[in-house]
Ligand binder design. Structure first.
Ligand SMILES: O=C(O)C(=O)C[C@H](O)[C@H](O)COP(=O)(O)O
Length: 212
């Protein structure tokens, strides 16, 4: 692999990764700046909106010291598009062998989503050790992840999906968990209202919550 960054660099850059859905590309930079003011400088922009690639480009350009990545990447074309837009890492909800083989030869790290031991083993077999546990809470939460990670100590995880200020520390207490992902610090209604100060407060609260 000739990735410019290691997955460990990404997972260790912040104890919490905000999962962003950006509907209007003009919101991308103010939203990223609001999160940065709250102490979070790693961003996962999901490719679930038409504005996502423009949002990634804008954040990469305006906040060069931050780490902006793409989420919800489902196939090789989206991996390539995310890289072209300036994504420094890629996260997926699940994986296909084709996508993992493609990303291995690509320039930026990919962290595949898994939910079962067999999926974790397949990802490991394909050379991937830093994985997203998704959807985390509905699959049994921190207890389930601890049990899953037990026989796979070489793996590291970012649980995402249902993570909140209330349970983030339970996940981070699991030895294999390096960071958690979630959208709780940027509720859609606050983004729609351009309540950047409110989002800064929620981001600061999230950082305080994960640190305990
Ligand atoms: O699209 C992806 O790749 C995802 O990561 C799915 C969800 O957007 C995150 O899991 C956030 O989930 P919540 O924090 O529960 O809102």
């Amino acid at each position: 692999m000739s990735w410019t960054l290691s997955p460990a660099d990404v997972f260790s850059a912040s104890p919490v990764v905000p999962v962003m859905v950006v509907e209007d590309a003009a919101d991308a930079v103010p939203l990223a700046k609001a999160l940065a003011a709250g102490g979070i400088t790693v961003f996962e922009v999901t490719l679930r909106s038409a504005a996502a690639l423009d949002a990634i480009s804008a954040i990469a350009r305006e906040l060069p010291e931050a780490l902006v990545g793409a989420g919800t990447v489902l196939n090789v074309a989206q991996y390539d598009a995310a890289v072209a837009a300036g994504a420094k890492f890629v996260i997926t909800p699940g994986f296909t062998p084709a996508l993992l083989k493609h990303a291995k030869a690509g320039p930026v790290p990919l962290m595949p989503g898994i939910a079962t031991p067999s999926e974790a083993m397949q990802a490991l077999e394909l050379g991937y050790t830093h994985l997203k546990f998704f959807p985390a809470e509905i699959n049994g939460g921190a207890k389930a992840l601890k049990a899953l990670a037990g026989p796979l100590p070489q793996l590291r995880f970012c649980p995402t999906g249902g993570v909140s200020a209330a349970n983030a520390r339970d996940y981070l207490a699991v030895k294999s968990v390096m960071t958690v992902g979630g959208s709780w610090m940027l509720p859609a209604e606050r983004v729609a209202a351009k309540d950047w100060d409110g989002i800064t407060r929620l981001a600061a609260d999230a950082v305080a919550a994960v640190k305990g």
